[in-house]
Design a protein around this ligand. Structure first.
Ligand code: OGA
Ligand code: NI
Length: 428
């Protein structure tokens, strides 16, 4: 167990003046320690030469060792993302994994669906019966895109804005305070972490240009004791937001059930009484080199059936694959992005899609997104819904307890996990 003692980021390091004279001229120039750290991250590999550009002779072995610890420290990663004027090598993706932003389509967009049409106007119990036109629109979006945006969803705009502002405040807490939530232990309920990509032929993992804060949510249960005490309004605002999102999720699950030709409460029942409810807030600081990095690597939402995502106004970042081409999902004020997860793809026997997406970075502005996930109960049996199967429609997946899927997920290390593929049948 090596205990390292390194300088403060702002400390000026250089040969101590009292030790320098004509016989012993300085062999290093002065530098701010932060500058040394930046140089360290800029250099790939393990035999780093921290020259600060004007090194007169190689640094001592001790200096290299001081920096090795930085490589493993989440604290250093976040400080770098928030202050670096050049991009440390730790974040630089190999050529074939880069976003190639000029090739992203900005003309096409995912469907925008107005929930003001939720109920049939001429029905007596109008709140209970979703309009067939709306059911059809959503069903089509789920089949073709796996993604859509909703407007006029009924959640007060002010609450959404406050929730986003308070979450921003969380990411503005001093790095030392945020660092207390950092963990790589996936069994921890409340965690701050940094995604990374394992690159073939490269020892070092490539870090994503983001920080993610995750914890459970519930529309009714009190989560207060789990949540951060700072910022002071977080607990109260989050409880209110979770209640509203819970009601919206129920509405969406009802619409999607109807779209599959099922009873309106089918999916909510099938996913179970105690669904896995998690929020993941993603914070993307401005990045000096958006072409070399990603905020979140390409993925599908594996553990969820449904995701309701709020993204910051005016800053784009989310991109979705459609017909083999990347498409930007531009934020619409007071809208939510809805996407289906792998569990929904399996339940619908592949009719509804869990689509690959990613988040890119930008030079000018930070970005925040808040993804609320709705996944099955651990004991729920997930598999193609029996009512959707017949001779023409054989099952593409075998049934599994959701806990089995979770176990398989954690047994696969790295970022491009193939989990639902393990449960595929030959019919596909
Ligand atoms: C996610 C996600 C995209 C975004 O959290 O799973 O895909 O826009 N986020 O940040
Ligand atoms: Ni996602």
């Amino acid at each position: 167990m090596a205990m390292f003692y390194g300088p403060n980021r702002d400390t000026v390091i250089g040969p101590i003046e009292e030790l320098v004279d004509e016989q012993r001229p300085p062999i290093y120039r002065n530098y701010r320690y932060a500058e040394f750290q930046e140089e360290f991250f800029r250099q790939q590999g393990t035999r780093r030469m921290n020259q600060c550009n004007v090194e007169i002779q190689k640094k001592s072995l001790h200096n290299q060792l001081t920096c090795q610890i930085a490589l493993f420290s989440f604290f250093h990663l976040i400080v770098f993302m928030e202050t670096a004027s050049i991009i440390p090598s730790k974040f630089i993706l190999p050529e074939d994994k880069r976003p190639h932003l000029s090739q992203v389509s900005t003309l096409a967009s995912i469907p925008i669906i107005d929930l003001i049409d939720y109920s049939e106007n001429d029905d007596e119990n109008k709140d209970d019966v979703p309009s067939s036109l709306l059911v059809e629109k959503i069903s089509q979006a789920c089949e073709e895109y796996g993604f859509f945006q909703i407007i006029n969803h009924g959640i007060p705009e002010e609450l959404c804005n406050t929730m986003m502002a308070v979450t921003y405040e969380f990411f503005e807490l001093p790095p030392e305070e945020r660092n207390q939530f950092y963990t790589t232990d996936h069994t921890k309920q409340v965690k701050l972490f940094n995604y990374y990509l394992n690159v073939e032929g490269q020892d070092d993992k490539v870090s994503m240009w983001s920080q993610c804060f995750s914890h459970p949510w519930h529309p009714r249960e009190n989560m207060t004791h789990l949540l951060p005490e700072n910022p002071p309004q977080y607990r109260e605002v989050f409880a209110e937001y979770a209640k509203e999102i819970g009601a919206l999720m129920s509405k969406l699950l009802c619409l999607i059930s109807k779209g599959l030709g099922l009873e309106k409460d089918y999916l909510e029942k099938r996913l179970g009484k105690n669904p896995s409810l998690l929020v993941q807030s993603n914070h993307y600081p401005p990045c000096p080199e958006p072409e070399l990095t990603l905020g979140l690597a390409i993925h599908t939402d594996l553990m969820t059936a449904l995701t309701v995502l709020k993204q910051s106004d005016g800053v784009t970042g989310l991109q979705v694959i459609k017909d083999g081409k990347w498409m930007a999902v531009d934020p619409i004020p007071n809208a939510f992005v809805i996407n289906l997860g792998d569990q929904m793809q399996v339940l619908s026997n592949g009719r509804y899609k869990s689509v690959h997406h990613r988040a890119v970075t930008n030079k000018a502005e930070r970005r925040l997104s808040m993804a609320m996930f709705y996944g099955p109960n651990k004991d729920s049996v997930i598999g193609p819904i029996e009512e959707l199967l017949d001779e023409q429609h054989p099952p593409f997946y075998r049934k599994y307890h959701f806990s089995e899927f979770v176990q398989e997920f954690h047994s696969q290390e790295g970022t491009r996990r193939m989990v639902k593929e393990v449960f595929e049948l030959k019919n596909k």
